[in-house]
Design a protein around this ligand. Structure first.
Ligand SMILES: Cc1cc2nc3c(=O)[nH]c(=O)nc-3n(C[C@H](O)[C@H](O)[C@H](O)COP(=O)(O)OP(=O)(O)OC[C@H]3O[C@@H](n4cnc5c(N)ncnc54)[C@H](O)[C@@H]3O)c2cc1C
Length: 496
């Protein structure tokens, strides 16, 4: 059995507190005899409602969708189990979803049929500059492996949430604190092994099945196959030490000045600096929290960040640290699951002052209604651009190469026990609020959204995630999964 993270334990505990251990109604009953046959063919295990770990492995991160619970979780031990499960689902016409770290925003890794879980497939090794990873590996596993594995300063650039799965992260692109100098997680991918819709085990790389390899880098998870193994080329960190900066401020004026200064620091310092800014609602006003990393000495970082440090009212802490301490500092602590609706927009220019001022006004008016569990924020990710632009938009399926920032609009709220089953709707006032923020930001954006932050309410989602690469992705879909075995509400459609 895999050991569970704190978040997963909290999710299980939450379900237990609510008196819930199994779905009350299922749309797609699975033939118990067929399920038994599948179970007997596995080296791993099959978890039914009520069995230990079922709730933890079946519950999605976004509790809005916690009603979508499967008849069983198939905990695959390896490629053979994956192939057997895919063949079984094909034969029995059972709907299924693939689950890695379970962090999909929009329920794409949940199913009322079965969930094919890769959590047990969690071995990763490093040999020279090559990282080999099974599909169930998460960021936290890599964080343990890389610094302590005798690998010096070799890194796989990735995100900063420990529980996110490496396959989901990579297939959608993979942005993080190091993307501006090291590129996307997907850019380090060299070889992938997967089980395709007809049950074959197929490998893709630059010269082997290059169409698949193209689609794997940005085409997002759950669309064509089940990835079982990945191979990456690690990149050498160019410094022994680097600087972390935590900068906070409260109030409209400071937030506006600091947001503009944050973008200036990114614009002026190229690959050496990256960071994120969170503009959050705070008691009728706004507050900002900026986290930055500079590949520089502390003195150099002070110069680089000077426009930000000179904003009246900001508090700043700059610390020079050994490289792996910087890496650890940037890794967030796991947080309990909750209900949320997040949207995103890429922008090819830094946001102008008028747009930022209007966004601040919207965030200030977030309908918290005195409920401390409601939270609304705008995130500005300076984790794009620079090295991400070294690859052309058509060279991989990831289209958003020329973006300078990614904006995320986030709203979260507590999930009341009585509405956990079925799916909880977005509270109407939160929906209006987020729509307002969207309308402020849309004109300065490319109109495209990040496929790794999928938005179930996005209108033309396929074009938003994939732009001009959509048609080629559809050709790959038709060639490798013509009967749409792998599908979810925002799955790549067949051409025509
Ligand atoms: C708290 C949080 C922090 C995040 N931080 C970042 C970040 O820093 N940078 C960033 O780029 N993104 C980030 N994300 C987004 C994240 O990268 C995506 O949601 C990613 O797809 C999650 O992968 P997962 O395996 O955890 O999720 P899952 O829900 O398990 O999977 C995501 C998708 O991939 C599919 N999939 C999973 N395993 C496989 C497989 N073996 N073969 C084929 N398809 C598969 C699933 O069916 C689903 O469609 C974050 C998300 C959250 C919730």
């Amino acid at each position: 059995m895999p050991s569970l993270t704190r978040r997963e334990l909290l999710a299980v505990a939450g379900l237990a507190v609510l008196g819930l251990s199994a779905p009350s109604a299922r749309a797609t009953p699975v033939d118990p005899k067929a399920l038994n046959e599948l179970e007997e063919s596995l080296q791993g295990s099959l978890l039914r409602p009520g069995s230990p770990d079922y709730a933890a492995l079946a519950t999605p991160r976004n509790l809005r969708f916690a009603a979508t619970m499967p008849e069983a979780v198939v905990l695959c031990a390896g490629t053979e189990d994956v192939a057997a499960t895919v063949a079984w689902a094909n034969k029995t016409q059972t709907p299924f979803a693939i689950r890695g770290g379970g962090h999909n925003y929009a329920d794409a890794s949940s199913s009322r049929g079965i969930v094919l879980a890769t959590r047990m497939m969690n071995v990763a090794t490093v040999e020279g500059t090559t990282l080999r990873s099974q599909a169930g590996v998460r960021n936290a596993d890599l964080a343990k492996l890389l610094p302590q594995g005798g690998t010096g300063r070799l890194l796989l650039p990735g995100g900063n949430c420990p529980a996110v799965g490496v396959v989901g992260l990579t297939l959608g692109g993979g942005i993080g604190p190091n993307a501006r100098w090291a590129g996307l997680t997907a850019d380090r991918l060299r070889k992938v092994t997967m089980v395709t819709a007809d049950g074959s085990v197929v490998t893709a790389g630059d010269t082997e099945n290059p169409d698949l390899f193209w689609a794997l880098r940005g085409g997002a998870g759950g669309n064509y196959w089940v990835v079982t193994d990945l191979e990456y080329e690690l990149v050498e960190v160019p410094v022994n030490r680097a600087v972390t900066a935590l900068i906070t401020a409260a109030g409209r004026d400071a937030a506006l000045a600091a947001t503009m200064a944050f973008q200036k620091v990114l614009a002026d310092n190229g690959r050496q600096v990256s960071g994120t800014l969170r503009l959050g609602h705070a008691g009728g006003d706004v507050e900002i929290r900026i986290r930055m990393q500079a590949l520089a000495t502390e003195a150099e970082a002070h110069d680089m960040l000077a426009p930000l440090l000179s904003v009246p009212g900001v508090d700043a802490a700059l610390t020079e640290r050994p490289w792996w301490d910087v890496y650890a500092w940037y890794t967030t602590a796991p947080t309990p699951s909750y209900s949320f609706w997040d949207r995103s927009l890429f922008a090819e220019d830094y946001l102008n002052e008028d747009v930022v001022a209007r966004a601040i006004e919207v965030v200030r008016r977030f309908p918290a209604n005195g409920d401390s569990e409601r939270r609304g924020a705008m995130g500005l990710y300076g984790w794009v651009g620079e090295a991400v632009t070294d690859i052309a938009p058509g060279d991989t399926a990831y289209i958003h190469r020329s973006a300078k920032v990614l904006v995320e609009m986030s709203a979260g709220w507590a999930t009341p026990a009585q509405s956990m089953w079925p799916d909880t709707p977005i509270p109407p006032d939160i929906r209006d609020w987020e729509q307002n923020l969207w309308e402020v930001l849309l004109p300065q954006s490319t109109g495209r959204s990040y496929q790794n932050f999928p938005d179930p309410l996005l209108g033309d989602w396929a074009r938003s995630y994939y732009g001009d690469n959509l048609a080629r992705l559809q050709v790959v879909k038709a060639a490798w999964d013509p009967r749409c075995l792998f599908t979810h509400p925002q799955g790549i459609p067949l051409p025509g």
